[in-house]
Write a protein that binds this ligand. Structure first.
Ligand SMILES: [Fe+2]
Length: 222
């Protein structure tokens, strides 16, 4: 199909922001597998810390995907013709990601109770399966869907995604999730992401969020 590409500058928004968010999800889903796999049998204190971190990860991923389900797919589906199949594929992938996450959630509950080795290995296997579904989806979304969104969405529709996330996420957790997103962002990406926030939110990040996130990283990664 021949369409003139619209640059982020022309569109007034940049869908590559989502690649930065995904980078955080990719890292945390990998770390959960590694860190949980390394917990000694019976170490319930460590299991509690990591089970809590898994809760935070689930909150972030759920918020991200709910926003896409509600605010990204509907306007795109209304505007695509040939690519409708692509948007429907995204929906199906979200279901697989959510299903595998629900299985891991059940396993996490069983493991956190006594930090048993059988439960730990079952949880790790569930997380590996979840991550495979997640990575397939993120790769596909970044390669196929984001260029389409860049071409077809308005800046207001794109920014509604971030606003939805902020409104629907509890406040202390949102600072930690922002830390997850910013950790592996380049200098330029970090400036772009923080620049999109209102000044008071940016101040809260610097004063409260950054130290809170640093403490969390020390606790979780041991
Ligand atoms: Fe996404």
């Amino acid at each position: 199909m021949t369409t003139t590409p619209i640059t982020p500058a022309q569109a007034g928004f940049d869908t590559r922001e989502m690649v930065v968010v995904h980078r955080g999800l990719r890292r945390e889903s990998r770390l959960l597998i590694e860190l949980i796999g390394a917990v000694e049998p019976g170490d319930t204190a460590r299991a509690k810390v990591l089970a809590e971190h898994f809760d935070l990860y689930r909150l972030g991923l759920h918020g991200h995907h709910t926003g896409e389900d509600e605010l990204l797919w509907p306007p795109l589906l209304a505007r695509v013709d040939l690519e409708a199949e692509l948007v429907l594929r995204m929906e199906a992938q979200h279901e697989r990601v959510a299903g595998s996450l629900a299985v891991a959630e059940q396993m996490a509950g069983a493991w956190a109770a006594g930090a048993g080795v059988t439960e730990r290995d079952a949880l790790v296997a569930a997380l590996v399966e979840h991550r495979a579904a997640l990575i397939e989806h993120l790769d596909d979304e970044e390669t196929e869907l984001l260029p389409l969104a860049q071409r077809l969405l308005t800046a207001a529709e794109w920014h509604a995604l971030g606003e939805h996330f902020v409104e629907s996420t509890p406040k202390p957790q949102i600072l930690l999730l922002l830390g997850i997103v910013l950790e592996d962002a380049t200098e330029q990406e970090r400036a772009q992401m923080l620049g999109g926030l209102p000044l008071p939110a940016r101040m809260i990040w610097y004063v409260m969020g950054r130290p809170m996130y640093a403490r969390m990283v020390r606790r979780v990664r041991g």
